[in-house]
Design a protein around this ligand. Structure first.
Ligand code: FDA
Length: 389
């Protein structure tokens, strides 16, 4: 069978690409349904983009590569598409847009766009072999128990990253890129909870607090969630993309900067009030209980000198912790690193050395922050490749 374009992976990027690549496009996926990560994303409501998407929200070895695609197919273009399909949505927080209904609406929308563009979709289909004769790609496919050979002018690598292997994540895109002489940068789990070898936070499990989490590279102001295994919540997931084993993170539990003054004011007004009781007005009581020994929190407010209150708030504002690891690909939302962008055109997502070979989405060394940025990269890179084809 001869086709124009074979897209490997019916995820966010692959479907977006197929919606613009035109007739003669075949998308294959080894899963039984397309867009499984879209389905489970955002707690089933899909945080499909972010109003404030800009290049600074992305990581990758080349800090400029993603700019072109993000500026040519923007969050506003995707919002427009969602609106044209009559999908209701809302901003939850920090520019994060979610469906009012189910995330399957986004999958249905992409399926409709693919059908209109004349693209075919084969599910339950795996790639057994891939060759290239200098001008065409020949793929041997196993589709629902039958072996088929497909010849295509273009092949698009859209099989995503390694996160959540239970959902069928594989390193296929990396293997093929390497087969064709491309390099793959170091990959690691990102947007992932951080763990500690002891279960120190187990008693706090389920407690969350607004915080600023930082390291030497960056800082995020969002919630921290304590878990049996360690730390999670948006601020921790964000910093995990910038954290390396052996490094410390710092948690500021009073990021608005008013705690010291508030304590001094209360000391004046209600000196007989217990220090821990007063602190529990600003932070979860369980957390204060946990920290009471570490910081030696005791006595009434009136017992605390200015120096002591400065010391206490200093501890709360500069809580340094050294996680031992992360929960890994088992729970990571994305994969950091991937197909080296140096070998690809940022204008078309096509290989500079193998004409007709494209790479898009999470498989590429471009990783977004938490908050809809990763889907926006999938839409933008998919659109760029699809329209270039
Ligand atoms: P994606 O992973 O979507 O698709 C790859 C496709 O390739 C899959 O359909 C897979 O089955 C297929 N495939 C893989 N290996 C194959 C093989 N060997 N043969 C055939 N097919 C193969 N992002 C965001 O912006 N907002 C959000 O709300 C969330 N929420 C979220 C929740 C959870 C739990 C996770 C794990 C991830 C998110 N993300 C997210 C991240 C987002 O899901 C991710 O960045 C995009 O889905 C990436 O799109 P891709 O199309 O590149 O890969």
């Amino acid at each position: 069978m001869q086709i124009t374009t074979l897209i490997l992976g019916a995820g966010a990027a692959g479907m977006m690409c197929a919606a613009h690549a035109g007739p003669g496009t075949l998308v294959i996926d080894h899963a039984k349904r397309p867009g499984e990560k879209i389905r489970i994303s955002g707690g089933g409501r899909c945080n499909f983009t972010n109003l404030y998407t800009e290049p600074a929200n992305f990581l990758g070895a080349n800090r400029h590569f993603h700019k072109s695609a993000l500026s040519r197919y923007t969050q506003w273009d995707f919002i427009d598409l969602v609106a044209r399909h009559g999908i209701a949505y809302h901003e939850k927080t920090l520019g994060q847009l979610f469906c009012d209904g189910k995330s399957t609406q986004i999958i249905e929308m992409l399926r409709m766009e693919m059908t209109q563009s004349g693209a075919d979709l084969w599910l339950d289909c795996t790639l057994a072999d891939l060759g290239h004769d200098g001008s065409h790609f020949t793929a041997t496919l196993d589709h629902a128990g039958t072996r088929k050979t497909v010849t295509a002018q273009n092949i698009v690598l859209a099989t995503g990253g390694k996160s959540i292997p239970k959902m069928g994540a594989t390193g296929l895109a990396y293997d093929i890129a390497q087969q064709f002489g491309h390099t793959v940068t170091e990959t690691r789990p990102a947007l992932v909870p951080l763990t500690f070898s002891d279960q120190r936070f187990a008693p706090l499990s389920g407690t969350s607090a607004p915080a600023r989490v930082s390291n030497t590279r960056t800082a995020f102001d969002e919630a921290v969630l304590f878990t049996h295994r360690g730390l999670s919540g948006p601020a921790i997931l964000q910093i995990s993309s910038y954290w390396r084993e052996g490094e410390e993170i710092e948690i500021d539990l009073a990021p608005d900067g008013h705690l010291l003054e508030a304590l001094k004011t209360q000391r004046q007004a209600q000196g007989r009030r217990n220090l821990t009781t007063e602190l529990a007005k600003h932070l979860p009581a369980k957390l204060i209980e946990h920290l009471a020994q570490e910081i030696d929190l005791k006595g009434n407010l009136a017992d605390q000198s200015d120096a002591r209150l400065t010391d206490v708030t200093g501890h709360l504002r500069h809580w340094r912790l050294k996680p031992t690891g992360s929960e890994g690909y088992r729970t990571a939302e994305v994969t950091l690193g991937g197909i080296d962008t140096d070998g690809f055109s940022s204008k078309t997502m096509m290989s500079k050395s193998i004409p007709g070979l494209y790479a898009i989405g999470e498989a590429v060394d471009v990783t977004g922050w938490l908050g809809g940025y990763n889907f926006q990269w999938a839409w933008s890179s998919g659109w760029v490749a699809g329209t270039a084809i």
